[in-house]
Design a protein around this ligand. Sequence first.
Ligand code: SAM
Length: 311
Amino acid sequence: GSRATAMPRDIRINTLVATLGEILADLKREGWEPEPSPPGTPPYMIRLPPTTPPLHAHPFVTSGRCILQSLSSSLTAHALQPQPGWLVVDACAAPGNKTTQLAALVAPPGSSAGAGAGGRVVAVERDPKRAVTLRRMVAKAHASAVVSVNEGDFLGTDVSEAPWSEARAVLVDPSCSGSGLVGREEWSNNEQADAGVGEERLRRLADFQFKAVTHAMTFPSAVRLAYSTCSIHAIENEQVVARCLTYSGEHGLGWQLQRAIPEWRRRGVQSEGLEDEQADCCVRADPEGDRTTGFFVAVFVRTALLSSAVA
Ligand code: SAM
C-alpha cells in the first residue's frame, strides 16, 4: 500500500566489519543521501529515501557490511545497552537481526584484548528451519566467533546452569501478532484481530510473552532485560509489562522499569495496571509518525542479583 512505499529504506551498519564513516562515503559515491532520523536512533542506523532502489543484492548487503533492518527493530538491542564483554542471551532469535546487532555491541572490533574481551551472545531458537536461517545470518554478518546458536525452547533453559547462569542481559523478542507490520500480509490478520476474531489468539500470545519475560527474569546474573514486539496491541505490550512487574514483585526478583531510550519521543500508552510514569518508560514506534513499522520496547533493570534478592 501507499504507507509501505513511503517508508525509508533503513540499514544497520555492521560495526563488526564496517564503520559509519566508510559507509557514508560509499553511499555518497553512489549518489545516495541519507535522511534525518528521529532523536534516539542508534548511531549506526542510516535511513535512505523510499525512492532508493532495493538493496538486498547490493554489495553493501551481500558483503555483510550493512544489514537490512528497520529502525524500529534496531531499538530493542539499543535500549538493552549491553556492555562490551558481557554474555547476552537472545531468547527468541531467528532470523537474527537483533542477534547480530547484539554481537556488534558486546564484541566491538579491537575488543579481543581490551574491555570488551569475552563478549558473547547465546541465541535461542525453537523452530529448526528458522534456526538454519539464523545460523546463515550469523555467518553472513561475520559474527560466528561471537554467537552460539542454541536450538531449543527458551522456556526450558535451566537458569542454574552455564551459559544461562552467567548471562548479564537477556533480550526477549517473542512471537507476536505482527499487527505493527504494514504493507505486508500480516496487516489483514491485524484487521481481523481488531474486529474481535483474534481476541483469543492475542490472549494466547500475551500469555506466551509473559512466560518468556518472567523466565528471563529468573536468570540469576542478569541485570538488564529488554522486551519487544512488532504489535500495536496494548495486551501484548504495556499489559505484559504490567503483569511481569507484578510477578517480579511477588517473587522478590527485584526488577524495575527503566526509561528506555530517553530521547525517543513516542512513549508507551496508558494501560490497565500501569502507572503513567511506567507507561512513559516504554517506547513505541508508529508507521505514520516515525515512518517505520509499529513496535514496542520496554527495559527492565535491577541492581541486586537474584541470589542476594532471595537470600
Ligand atoms: N529477534 C528476531 C530478529 O530480530 O530477527 C525476531 C524474532 S521472532 C519475532 C520470534 C521468534 O521466536 C521466532 O523465530 C520463533 O520461532 C521463536 N520462538 C517462539 N517460541 C520460542 C521458544 N519457546 N523458544 C525459543 N524460540 C521461540
